[in-house]
Design a protein. Sequence first.
Length: 96
Amino acid sequence: MKNRIKGVAWRKSSKSNGQGACVEVAFLADGDVALRESDIPESVVITSGRNWDAFLAGVRNNEFDRPVGLAVSTPLSPTVHRDGAGETEVDANGPT
């Protein structure tokens, strides 16, 4: 995986607050998309361009809006698990 992301241009939203923990995205030569948090650059998730496009469509359709009553300041950082092969699994439910 490291060879796939070596030298790619990482981008983050202009809405990022500059205090770290920003989501960054990189578009790979083969059409896949890499995602990471700026404060954990070694933890990368790679998805297909098709999945990325579907995710963005869901964002635009408000499918991922924060649930009513959930405070904006509530930390929702995912828990990252590393297996022996160096691959990364992200638990989107966060700490349990």
